[in-house]
Design a protein around this ligand. Sequence first.
Ligand code: GLN
Length: 472
Amino acid sequence: MLYKKTLHELMDLVKNKKITPKEVYDSVLDRIHKKESEINAYVTVFEEYKENASGGELLGLPIAIKDNMHIDGKPTTCSSKILSNFVAVFDATAVKKLRENGATFIGKTNLDEFAMGSSTETSYYGVTKNPWDTTRVPGGSSGGSAAAVASGEAIAALGSDTGGSIRQPASLCGVVGLKPTYGRVSRFGLVAFASSLDQIGPITRDVRDAAILLSIICGHDPMDSTSANVDCEDFTKYLNQPISGMKVGVYEAALKDCDNVVQKAMDDSIKILESLGCEVKSIELPHAKYAVSDYYIIAPAEASSNLARYDGVKYGFRASNFDDLKDMYIKTRSEGFGDEVKRRIMLGTYVLSSGYYDAYYLKAQKLRYLIKQDFDNIFKDFDCIVSPTTPTEAFKIGEKADKPLQMYLSDIFTIPANLTGIPAISIPNGLGDNGLPLGLQIMADAFREDVIFKVASAFEREFNLRDKLPLD
Ligand code: GLN
């Protein structure tokens, strides 16, 4: 049952020559063959084990990669028809770093088309199911990665997070998901959605695995002009440290709109933090209530520009019957993109158009600055901020599919960290009435992942869902 173990447990076993990485790969592959028809976590599974002789610390162990990051020679579809025939010609930097540190790759995980969504329902390759209850969504957009890690179809995975896409699915699937500080991990080779918000991060079964993976994928990259010139470090050194005396702010403005079970889990989490010696106080972020509206101007604006490249000329799908060049563009994009992507492109084009640019886009940028100031002020007095990761437990498939505004509100707690660039993690913090997992979000100031790892690892010792994951 090697597929049930964490990455660090497997690293120890391989190091001590108790098992081989190929045995782990085969165990995960067997699990995929058993569960995939039910879960649909993958767009592409790599059936063949490729040895990694680099001798790096991951020792040949398999990682799953969200299908919006490139693995050289493998398809990158972004779960869109428009990239359904696209094969990557280089490794994303995060993938390259994993490879150089000994990883192998087991497949590309499903996502909402171009990472736009919170349920993995908009994938061209079909919805991913939540392994805790297959009538429910796994969250999104990294729903494939989170469902794979929770169900044993992967040991650990990479996801991407533009407004919550690592943390929200991690929360709904009972696993750990970390969005690092903007600029901490290179975005080179991550297909762009909203470039000023996108970050790559790990989805794992425990906090140690998240620290191990971040320590590998972080670091400056000249191939990404927004990559920060900050040295890599070994984040595992922040695990298992005392956190007494830490000042923790609770962001509770939106708490009253959450499900009762989410409020209850939050109350319990505060008690745990207090029992660990933290000083916990409620805080106010006056502009954060506008974060979702702000995001739905900025993210579509950037998306409309980033997605202009899919025109049927350079790569990807091209419509087959057209009259002239313009007709080819129109038919390719009409047939190649799904509804949610089209909605974002139209919204983004509108808010950037002359006459509306000042009223919407420019105003949204000013608001983004005010939200950042709110956080800067809090971090003068507090080490971290906690909140629920998402206002509800996993919802039913189809429940919000035709209600975009309700879907957008899933990210009410996660979006501020993207707008401000700060790091944030989701760790399990309870089970709701339906036996479904809930998540606690911990946010810290920019480049203070050390604080996040200290608090998350202390919390995890008091509460975790390892034994309850749907791995049998
Ligand atoms: N759910 C948000 C959206 O639909 C965030 C997605 C993401 O983080 N990639 O845009």
